[in-house]
Design a protein around this ligand. Structure first.
Ligand code: ATP
Ligand code: MG
Length: 415
């Protein structure tokens, strides 16, 4: 079965606004074996909306629209959907009464404009909204399923899970899809592919796709089965085979990102951390402190950009910088040791590099980064050459620093 999702609302087309309902619904639909073929965001415009509904109803087995069910004149979803389906809208007396009661419960009198929220498409079934005033609705349009749901994620999600998913699951014939994402920070896409392709290619189910990102390679395994349990078991079998081929390389298979994994490791082992960041300018600190509970392990970060700051705050000997340069193995090591000494933490990690576009020299190109880790009985340095522009170099350097911490804490060999 193929699904199409319409996100309704001009505000969602604002460059700074994020349309999140589509991603949520896509994930939930996949769990019952329904693939989303299109996600379209449409302005609050009667004609564009009607066309979007017409197109969706002409090609998708399941059409799910969110938003535009409110009481104001720019809430046009019901009307547009009704017109596209060639059906009338009628005001449902039961719904109208329920709306009036809802207002009365909050000690308010319902404004006349709210009455349109009691409009139902001919033949549709109303879906009660426990969290808001706009009820959803569900229509079987000649075998295609059409759902209109409220826009606010806090109203849409419970309605979707409790009322929409069971209907779609039944119609989908009980097939279920389960996706597991295996994440690797220490190898590129093609290296991972070379190692795991001979195994995953022997499986038609699960399907495997490889995605490369900044400092990370992801393996997406999607299994199908008659139930969620069966699909999960298929995914589990392939995932454990892949784990066996990449020992110590997969940092996450439960959706967590590297900072969350490192935070849990450090908290779990009672280790404290300090950072000395140059070219990453606090990126590693920001990522780690974004994890709730980071105060359990995170002590401090020094953003030491200038040579003077490296000397003042970390006690790096100016002669080291003079002799080897600010971007060097020796300086990285001295920064890590200095941060650890100053903070008195179990571990300290330092990052110094050339993020570009300026600052490169003949023997030190853009993307050259040194990472150092100092700890109780551990002492690691890595020279890395990252591709890409400033943002990507910085992101990869931060990711590499986190992976360095993970590998050291787990006692895994450096990369
Ligand atoms: P209401 O009864 O609250 O008016 P509605 O169905 O009319 O419900 P909208 O007015 O379209 O909903 O949206 C209300 C708010 O919900 C939006 O301002 C936005 O913050 C959020 N919202 C709507 N659609 C989405 C979406 N697709 N992704 C993320 N947020 C959304
Ligand atoms: Mg709206």
């Amino acid at each position: 079965m193929k699904a199409e999702i319409l996100a309704v609302g001009s505000e969602l087309l604002d460059p700074l606004r994020r349309e999140t309902n589509g991603a949520y619904i896509t994930g939930r639909l996949r769990s019952v074996g329904v693939d989303v073929f299109a996600r379209i965001t449409v302005a609050d415009d009667a004609s564009w909306l009607e066309q979007a509904f017409r197109q969706a109803l002409s090609r998708a087995d399941v059409v799910i629209a969110t938003g535009g069910l409110g009481p104001t004149s720019d809430d046009l979803t019901r009307e547009a959907a009704a017109r596209a389906a060639g059906r009338a809208l009628h005001r449902d007396p039961g719904l109208l009464e329920a709306l009036r009661e809802r207002f009365a419960r909050f000690g308010r009198v319902m404004a006349p404009v709210n009455a349109q929220q009691a409009d139902l498409i001919e033949g549709a079934v109303s879906l009660p909204n426990a969290r808001g005033s706009a009820p959803g609705q569900y229509l079987d349009q000649g075998g295609r399923l059409l759902f209109l749901l409220p826009g606010p994620p806090g109203e849409m999600q419970p309605m979707f899970d409790a009322q929409v998913l069971p209907i779609v699951r039944e119609r989908a014939g009980g097939r279920a899809l389960v996706t597991r994402v295996l994440k690797i920070a220490s190898m590129g896409e093609s290296d991972v592919e070379q190692i795991v392709a001979p195994l995953y290619k022997t499986y038609e189910n699960p399907r495997t796709t490889i995605l490369g990102g900044a400092g990370q390679t992801e393996l997406h395994l999607t299994g199908e089965g008659a139930s969620e349990e069966e699909a999960a078991a298929r995914v589990e079998e392939l995932a454990s085979g892949i784990h066996g081929l990449l020992p110590g390389r997969i940092f996450s298979d439960d959706g967590r990102d590297l900072a969350e994994v490192v935070a849990a490791l450090l908290s779990g082992r009672g280790k404290t951390l300090a950072l000395a960041e140059s070219c990453t300018g606090g990126l590693v600190a920001a990522r780690l402190t974004a994890v709730p509970g980071s105060s359990a392990f995170f002590d401090r970060a020094y953003v030491t950009y200038s040579n003077q700051a490296k000397a003042d705050l970390l006690g790096v000997d100016p002669q080291i910088i003079e002799r080897h340069g600010a971007v060097s193995e020796e300086t990285a090591r001295a920064m890590a040791e200095g941060a650890r000494r100053a903070a008195g933490t179990d571990l300290a990690v330092a990052i110094t590099g050339i993020a570009g576009p300026t600052g490169a020299t003949e023997d030190k190109p853009v993307g050259l980064v040194f990472l150092a880790l100092a700890g109780d009985g551990v002492d690691r340095v890595r020279r890395a050459q990252f591709p890409g522009e400033r943002d990507r170099v910085r992101a990869q350097a931060a990711q590499a620093a986190l992976e360095m911490i993970r590998r050291a804490v787990l006692g895994l060999a450096p990369v």
